[in-house]
Design a protein around this ligand. Sequence first.
Ligand SMILES: [Zn+2]
Length: 113
Amino acid sequence: MSASETAASSSATPKQLPHHKVKVKAPGQRACNEKDEKGKPCGGHLKRWFYTTDLVERQCGDVEQAWGKDAEVYRCEHCKTLYLPNAEDPSGLNVAGPGRVSVFGLTLPPKAT
Ligand SMILES: [Zn+2]
């Protein structure tokens, strides 16, 4: 048995949705890097996608089922690939520096003593 590779690929390949291709945005990435059949990068702009007001998405609704009503999602305006924000990409609030606060460490279980 080899050593455990802890979470090495958790952000590289996000869970795919039934009707959408899902990728993770690189920090600062603004253009789609999805390649077509000829290997040419798409280059479409990534725009914040508000899927709860998207009439087409309302028909299938798999995004809302997977991520809830107000997840931060970007979509390529050209090939419609979805992009999730990278954990290292500061999303507006603390542009001075994201720091290393773990979102999982905010609620500590009470210690039984
Ligand atoms: Zn694209």
